[in-house]
Design a protein around this ligand. Structure first.
Ligand code: B12
Length: 215
C-alpha cells in the first residue's frame, strides 16, 4: 500500500494500476486500495500547493483514481454490506467541479441500499431546493472541495432550511470532501460532515434508524 501511495503521488499511472492489479491478485482489500489511492491524491494536492505539479497533475490524479476504481470496484463493493435504505439527494455545490469523491460517495450509498438522485457538479442552491421539493429526500449530501464552494453550500443549506415546511420532513444534511472539517460544517450549517464516504453512509444509516424508531 505504501508503494501504491508513492506511485499515485508521483502521478505514475502505469505503476499505480500495476500495483493495484498485483494487490488484487494477492487478495488484498479493495477498501484499503481505495484508501491508499486517496492518500496518494492528498499528496498530489500538497505537491500542487507547493507548485511542484500544476493543473495537468490534478487532472492526471483524477484519471488515476478512475483507473484504480475500474479495477478495484468489484472487490470494494463485495466488502461493503447492504443495509438500511433511504433516498439521497446528492450533488457538488455551485462553483465546484470536483466529482471523483461525489461519485464514490454515490456508489457507496447505492452499495449500502440507498437510492441516489445525483444532480452532478456545480449545482446551484435553487436546483437542490427544486429537486428536494419534488423527491422529498431523507438525506441531502453536498460535496465540495474548493473554498469558494463553502459559500454556495451555506446558501444551499439556508435555502433548504427556509423551505422546511414544503419538504414533509427536514432531510439530514451531510457535507463531504477532502477539504471539509468541523469548522466548515458549522459555517455551512450542515448536520454532519465527513472525509470518508463509508463513514458518511454509516452516519446516515444511524440517524435514519433513530429517526424511524422515534416515529
Ligand atoms: C483530482 C483533483 C482535481 C481534478 C478533479 C477531477 C474530478 N473530475 O473530480 C481537477 C483537475 C478537475 C481539479 C480542478 C481544480 N482543483 Co482540484 N484537486 C484534485 C485532488 C488532487 C484530488 C481530489 C479527489 O478526487 N480526491 C479523491 C476523492 C475520492 O476524495 P474526496 O473528494 O475527499 O472524496 C471522499 C470523501 O471526502 C467523501 N465525500 C466526498 N464528497 C462527499 C459527499 C457526501 C455527501 C459524502 C457523504 C461523502 C463525500 O467520499 C469520498 C470517498 O471517501 C485534490 C487534492 C486533495 N487533497 O484531495 C485537489 C484540490 C481539491 N483541488 C484544488 C484546486 C485549487 C483546484 C482548482 C481551483 C485548480 C485551478 N487552478 O483551476 C480547480 C477547481 C475548479 C473548480 N471550480 O472546481 C485544491 C482546493 C484548495 C481549496 N481549499 O480551495 C486541492 C485541495 C489541491 C490543493 N491542495 O491545493 N482538481
Amino acid at each position: 500500500m505504501d508503494a501504491l501511495i508513492a506511485a499515485v503521488a508521483a502521478l505514475d499511472y502505469a505503476s499505480s494500476l500495476r500495483l493495484v492489479e498485483e494487490a488484487l491478485t494477492r487478495g488484498e482489500s479493495g477498501v484499503e486500495i481505495v484508501h491508499a489511492t486517496q492518500a496518494g491524491l492528498r499528496l498530489v494536492g500538497e505537491r500542487y500547493e507547493r507548485q511542484d505539479v500544476f493543473l495537468s497533475g490534478l487532472i492526471m490524479a483524477g484519471e488515476i483514481f478512475r483507473g484504480v476504481m475500474e479495477l478495484a470496484q468489484p472487490a470494494w463493493e463485495e466488502e461493503l454490506e447492504g443495509g438500511a435504505s433511504g433516498l439521497v439527494l446528492l450533488g457538488t455545490a455551485a462553483g465546484d467541479i470536483h466529482d471523483v469523491g461525489k461519485n464514490l460517495a454515490s456508489l457507496t450509498f447505492k452499495t449500502f441500499g440507498f437510492a441516489v438522485n445525483d444532480l452532478g457538479v456545480d449545482v446551484p442552491p435553487e436546483r437542490f431546493l427544486e429537486t428536494a421539493r419534488q423527491i422529498k429526500p431523507d438525506i441531502m449530501g453536498l460535496s465540495g472541495l474548493v473554498t469558494t464552494a463553502f459559500n454556495s453550500m451555506r446558501e444551499t443549506v439556508a435555502l433548504i432550511r427556509a423551505h422546511e415546511e414544503e419538504l414533509e420532513e427536514m432531510p439530514i444534511i451531510v457535507i463531504g470532501g477532502a477539504t471539509i472539517d468541523g469548522h466548515v460544517a458549522r459555517y455551512v450549517g450542515a448536520d454532519h460532515w465527513t472525509n470518508d464516504a463509508m463513514e458518511g453512509v454509516r452516519i446516515c444509516q444511524r440517524l435514519l434508524e433513530s429517526r424511524r424508531e422515534t416515529r
